[in-house]
Design a protein. Structure first.
Length: 174
């Protein structure tokens, strides 16, 4: 029994010191890991922030480029039939959109849905305008019909999407 007490005199303090050392080292390592994680997050933000800002700019530019007036002026050519203009408009619209698909990574899901809805609504407007004119109509006739539809009061999906992007941008970066 005396030997056991003698052993306990040495082992017990050693175990307490080892336990305290373990707790202190673990606490230090956790703090260090959190610090490094925070630093990594800050470094990533420095890299990603300019890309996110550029994504908002590019999406607003996309929406401005596909606005009916801008799109028609850019793609219409003299002598185009309505069918040719309709095909060209929808093709350019899809190409513009496809060119900016990667921007969805940097904006919220809602903002991206607003951009997609604006594009779909514009395609719908072009097709509606094309169906409202005679089959032998000119490109100018289709352009006039599209302008007429785009000027109707009510929801303006392109402007709505632009406003939503601006609002989200201001909420995140102002």
């Amino acid at each position: 029994m005396n030997t056991f007490a003698e052993i306990l005199k040495y082992i017990l303090p050693s175990l307490v010191v080892a336990g305290l050392a373990y707790l202190l080292i673990r606490q230090f390592l956790e703090k260090d890991a959190k610090f490094h994680q925070h630093q990594l997050k800050l470094d990533m933000q420095k890299t990603i922030l300019p890309v996110r800002l550029q994504a908002y700019e590019r999406l607003i530019l996309l929406l401005e480029r596909i606005a009916p007036a801008n799109l028609i002026i850019r793609v219409s050519q003299p002598g185009m039939t309505a069918a040719q203009l309709q095909t060209t408009l929808t093709q350019v619209l899809r190409e513009e959109f496809d060119h900016n698909l990667s921007q969805q990574v940097y904006v919220s899901a809602k903002a991206w849905e607003d951009v997609k809805s604006a594009r779909e609504e514009l395609i719908r407007m072009i097709n509606t305008a094309a169906s409202a004119i005679p089959a032998d109509a000119t490109g100018a006739d289709l352009a006039t019909q599209i302008f007429t539809l785009s000027l109707q009061p009510g929801k303006q999906p392109l402007q709505f999407a632009i406003d939503q992007l601006k609002q989200e941008f201001n909420a995140n970066f102002s």
